[in-house]
Design a binder for this molecule. Structure first.
Ligand code: R5P
Length: 304
């Protein structure tokens, strides 16, 4: 058994740090984060981290750019203060959807963010359902030992525990092709349910259209699963279409409930059977914790 690490949480990760420390019987440390009058971020590590393994947790949301600066300042300070090993857990890695130059002249944001992270010399980087669709080698991109774990298993456990789910009347749906991986995990974890994905075309940041040709959900209980709910456009369109096709009941699970703007209220109006997210980002629907998944990942790489 390796020496026990200390857990620290940033402004958007403290809730998970507290849970993880409790769950893994680990020491919990404190960080002071505040603002200078001119808006700059001030970070002070209050725990003694010299010669210690440190697990630092922070999601790069709700205030995306501020949490990024806070995370960079914190990790660099940990290194500077002599932390022996740094395990950065970034449950929500922002900027990952801008992973290509879709229009001439655009910044490929995730490449730049990864360059900054690689300068920090983190020993392990753990993300949760990071948008990796066009990233083939994240270890190289971030220049560290990179692990992308899933929160979908925790969502599946939630549905399984709360509802009596019968295979013959339930179907798992991913709202677009990229969501197949999550639909597959959800299906397997609940009990080999049928699953399929819809065909989605994005028109703008808020508007998508969905092609439902060949889709049969008549009389079925549907569980929609996606990595992110941002504006809610994808889920709203998927629910509208599946209802038109006669779905009997719809539940929605997401790993990262960004719920930008009025997304939550728009989703509430759908009167879904259930709408649940994990706590990678705190939101009104973050009822499923990813702390067990993080602990499992830390154990599997021998950190705890
Ligand atoms: C797309 O790649 C993601 O998997 C989500 O489907 C998307 O980010 C959801 O965004 P919105 O809620 O704005 O439709």
């Amino acid at each position: 058994m390796s020496e026990k690490p200390i857990v620290l949480g940033g402004s958007n990760g403290e809730h998970l740090a507290v849970e993880l420390a409790e769950l893994g019987s680990l020491e919990l440390g404190d960080i002071e984060v505040r603002k200078f009058p001119d808006g700059e971020t001030y970070v002070r590590i209050l725990a003694n981290v010299a010669d210690r393994k440190v697990i630092y947790i922070n999601s790069l949301q709700r205030n995306v750019n501020e949490s990024l600066v806070e995370t960079v300042l914190t990790i660099d300070a940990l290194k500077d203060l002599g932390a022996k090993e740094i395990i950065a857990v970034i449950p929500y890695m922002s900027y990952a959807r801008q992973d290509a130059r879709f229009n001439p002249g655009e910044a490929v944001s995730i490449q730049t963010i990864a360059k900054v992270f690689s300068l920090l010399k983190i020993d392990y980087l753990i993300t949760i359902d990071m948008h990796l669709h066009r990233i083939s080698d994240p270890n190289r991109l971030f220049n560290t030992k990179f692990y992308n774990i899933t929160g979908v298993k925790e969502l599946a456990k939630y549905f399984k525990k709360k509802y009596e789910i019968r295979k013959e009347e339930t179907i798992v749906v991913g709202p677009d092709e990229e969501a197949e991986q999550w639909a597959k995990i959800m299906s397997k974890e609940i009990g080999d349910l049928d699953y399929f994905t819809l065909e989605k075309t994005r028109i703008s940041a808020e508007k998508v259209v969905i092609d439902t040709r060949g889709v049969n959900v008549k009389g079925k209980r549907v569980i929609i699963v996606d990595d992110i709910i941002s504006t809610g456009g994808t889920i709203i369109e998927a629910v509208k279409n599946l209802r038109e096709l006669g779905a009997a009941e719809i539940m929605v699970g997401t790993v990262h409930p960004l719920l930008i703007g009025n997304a939550y209220n728009r989703l509430l109006r759908l009167k879904l059977k259930d709408l649940v997210g994990t706590n990678t980002i705190l939101s009104p629907i973050s009822r499923v914790s990813v702390a067990p998944a993080i602990l499992e990942a830390l154990a599997s790489i021998g950190v705890v």
